[in-house]
Design a protein around this ligand. Structure first.
Ligand code: NAD
Length: 241
């Protein structure tokens, strides 16, 4: 399905990013994954069947640009980029600290933006490419105690919608996935009651797995999705927030 394609996945050391790197590699792509910690990135790359694991902090625009250019140069091209790196910290309105605003927006919004910009630059030459960014169901509907995170993910969805409009004529597709509650380290802080409440509101009556999201991303970056761009695809078991 992805034979001969070169793919980059940010935040690929665990959770959805790791599952995505594995799914793309299993589909035949040459995958480079990144993580903040180089040793963890190398370990994850070996576990996922990826070609390499590199260290990258997506908040650093220059580092993102240099890394993406380097990957495209080393492999001769870059076909697929998944801007997955992200953080989530809950805080009720009255408890939101400036530091939380800064770290969330610089990682989720600016980090995604840096990745999409660098990907577009690398893909522009060949006039083909597919980018997927990680939005969230809470970015679409909002969530009590998650105002900052929800705002950041609404921004991510609109990075996809806007970039898709700009890059379509260059042959580059940009889509977002909006997962519901996926069982990863990010959501490990949820109490059993909170998990049960979410499952109760989910027609498919379970939490999502990283593979549920990875499989949808693999579809979106494949040629099977060749006429799909600017979309925000819910992967949430039908969850209604
Ligand atoms: P996770 O915490 O398991 O993994 C996140 C990854 O991003 C980690 O590898 C982490 O090291 C990396 N990362 C964080 N900050 C970074 C930075 N500054 N530079 C580089 N890498 C950085 O989370 P996950 O559940 O796998 O989530 C992956 C993405 O999916 C995130 O963007 C998250 O917001 C989004 N998402 C997750 C869920 C969910 O329920 N798990 C739901 C909706 C959206």
């Amino acid at each position: 399905m992805l034979d001969g394609k070169v793919a980059l996945v940010t935040g690929g050391t665990r959770g959805i990013g790791l599952a995505t790197a594995r799914a793309l590699a299993e589909a035949g792509a040459t995958v480079v994954l990144t993580g903040r910690d180089e040793a963890k990135a190398k370990e994850a790359a070996a576990a996922a069947g990826a070609a390499s694991g590199l260290s990258l902090d997506v908040t650093d625009a220059k580092a993102v640009s240099t890394l993406v250019r380097g990957v495209a140069k080393e492999h001769g091209k870059l076909d697929i980029v998944v801007a997955n790196a992200g953080i989530m910290e809950d805080a009720l309105l009255g408890m939101i600290r400036e530091e939380l605003v800064d770290t969330t927006l610089s990682t989720n919004v600016a980090g995604t933006l840096h990745t999409v910009q660098a990907a577009a630059r690398a893909m522009m030459r060949k006039k083909t490419g597919a980018i997927v960014v990680l939005a969230s169901i809470v970015g679409e509907y909002g969530s009590a105690g998650q105002t900052v995170y929800a705002a950041s993910k609404a921004a991510v969805a609109n990075i996809a919608r806007s970039a898709a409009k700009e890059l379509g004529r260059s042959g580059i597709r940009v889509n977002a996935v909006a997962p519901g509650v996926i069982d990863t380290d990010l959501t490990s802080g949820l109490t059993e009651d909170a998990k049960a409440e979410n499952i109760g509101k989910t027609p498919l009556a379970r939490l999502g797995t990283p593979e549920d999201v990875a499989n949808a991303i693999r579809f979106l970056v494949s040629d099977d999705a060749s006429f799909i761009t600017g979309q925000v695809l819910g992967i949430d078991g039908g969850l209604v927030l």
